[in-house]
Design a protein around this ligand. Structure first.
Ligand SMILES: [Zn+2]
Length: 111
């Protein structure tokens, strides 16, 4: 049978989660999508393939509206992808911290 972690252990776990937070200025919400386009010029080699590209766009969903699309120049795509990943991490860590705080609250202990 597994014993419950002590409140002190939960608080330590919370500290550990806080240390894993990426820099909060380095976040973006959304997803990076790839697009290929055929230019339509007669004789261009792109007519046989998927088209010119990839070109990158940042797509950001919003409630009750179409996703917003921003063109991302190739040289920014790495940073954008890192920032998107950071945001996912922040989100997961916040969820875990909230769960720990909820557990502490249930125990009627300082949180
Ligand atoms: Zn073409």
């Amino acid at each position: 049978m597994k014993t419950k972690p002590t409140a002190a252990a939960l608080r330590r776990r919370r500290q550990a989660l806080l240390r894993q937070l990426p820099p909060l200025k380095a976040i973006l919400r959304g997803s990076l999508i790839e697009r290929y386009k055929r230019c339509g010029k007669p004789g261009c080699k792109c007519a046989d393939g998927p088209g010119h590209g990839p070109k990158y766009y940042l797509s950001v969903s919003q409630p009750g509206a179409r996703p917003q699309m921003d063109y991302v120049p190739l040289e920014y795509s790495g940073q954008v992808s890192d920032y998107l990943h950071n945001f996912q991490q922040v989100r997961q860590l916040l969820e875990q911290i909230c769960n720990l705080n909820r557990e502490l609250l249930r125990r009627r202990t300082k949180f």
